[in-house]
Design a protein around this ligand. Structure first.
Ligand code: 13P
Ligand code: SF4
Length: 358
């Protein structure tokens, strides 16, 4: 059976309301003065050192946090590499600046380490749109399908999966499974799933989740923007709608898009992903111009406006506070951890093997 999944879903409105509320929290934080910024950074540096802690940040968080992670021997990357770095690093505490599933993935891979996050309410619409009970029932109804889930899921959903993947490696894993003759359940992002299905020709059942940031990029407005900037290359994350993906010069994961910006000759780039990525893109391609792809239609009706409201909940203040208070520790039920680690380790093994073969 090939097709699109019909299923009960958390209604999109409740996810959008949660996002709007997160956006209010994130954007109501007043601008931090330069003096406060340097005081906060100093407090964070001292705490990291005193607690044998390392700061691991996602590309989408505030540029000041990314800078601090690099300066203090931490790491800035995509969700897979953040988990890998945290796993290999000797620190006993990982401070994860990102969204909740990233903290959970770190805990699943490192149950012996302390994982803390600036704000435990930093969610992800993909994770919220894939409740474990509904997802498990769906998997149970299709026992002959291999279950592949995106990293952007809860620990409990990962525990129900055969494989976990990230956008950087999803096509390779699915192609590998197709070669083995396997049929696939993919969750939760429908756009990324559709993109993989098209490239791999796999027999895939798609869960119908979406990312509130990427889902808002608009093809018609992108065509108009391309006409205004004919010199610009268009870089698109595959969580974007298919019509936007079709207009791309490069479709890739966050890490892949940064690499493309560094390698291409174009003087400017139109970028369809969270604008937090511009910090790393500017490092990879100094002097080049980065333009946000249009979202939510003309008339500025976008809700996310190319920035994830949950990623924006990470700031220097709550980062300093969480280090000083020791609050916001991530815990994962040990039974769930024991199951959820398997699909993640399967992915890490696959990616290691790929490296060795290349
Ligand atoms: P990465 O897996 O590339 O880090 O992306 C995570 C994400 O949330 C994309 O929106
Ligand atoms: Fe989730 Fe989208 Fe935010 Fe990434 S950008 S964390 S997929 S809501």
């Amino acid at each position: 059976m090939t097709g699109q999944l019909q299923m009960p879903m958390v209604d999109d409105d409740s996810v959008r309301k949660a996002a709007a509320s997160a956006a209010n929290v994130a954007y109501s934080i007043p601008d931090i003065s330069n003096q406060e910024k340097s005081e906060l950074k100093q407090r964070i540096r001292e705490q990291l050192k005193a607690q044998n802690a390392v700061l691991v940040a996602h590309y989408y968080v505030d540029a000041d946090i990314q800078e601090l992670a690099e300066e203090t021997g931490g790491y800035v990357s995509d969700s897979l590499d953040m988990a890998r770095f945290g796993h290999e690093h000797s620190a006993s505490t990982l401070v994860v600046a990102g969204v909740r599933f990233m903290g959970e993935t770190a805990k699943i891979l490192n149950p012996e380490k302390r994982i803390i996050m600036p704000d435990l309410d930093a969610e992800c619409s993909l994770d919220m749109n894939c409740p474990v009970d509904e997802f498990s029932a769906f998997c149970d109804a299709h026992p002959d399908y291999t279950v592949v889930v995106y990293a952007n899921t809860s620990a409990a959903v990962k525990a129900r999966a055969d494989w976990m993947v990230t956008s950087g490696i999803a096509v390779d894993v699915i192609t590998h499974l197709v070669e083995r003759g396997e049929k696939i359940i993919w969750a939760p992002d429908r756009h990324l799933g559709g993109y993989i299905k098209k490239l791999s020709g796999a027999d895939i059942l798609l869960w119908q989740g979406s990312c509130i940031v990427h889902d808002e990029f608009r093809a018609q407005e992108l065509i108009a923007l391309k006409q205004q900037h004919p010199e610009a290359a268009v870089l698109v994350h595959p969580e974007s709608p298919a019509a936007v993906v079709e207009l791309a010069d490069v479709v890739s994961s966050t890490t892949g898009l940064i690499k493309a910006a560094g390698e291409m000759d174009n003087p400017s780039f139109i970028v369809a992903t969270d604008n937090g990525i511009f910090y790393k893109m500017a490092q990879a391609a100094p002097g080049k111009k980065f333009i946000e792809a249009p979202s939510g239609g003309e008339g500025a009706t976008c809700q996310s406006c190319a920035h994830c409201p949950w990623m924006a909940m990470n700031n220097l203040r709550n980062l300093a506070e969480v280090l000083e208070s020791g609050e916001n520790e991530i815990h994962v039920d040990p039974d769930i951890q024991a199951k959820a680690v398997k699909p993640i380790q399967r992915l890490l093994g696959f990616s290691e093997q790929q490296k060795n073969n290349s």
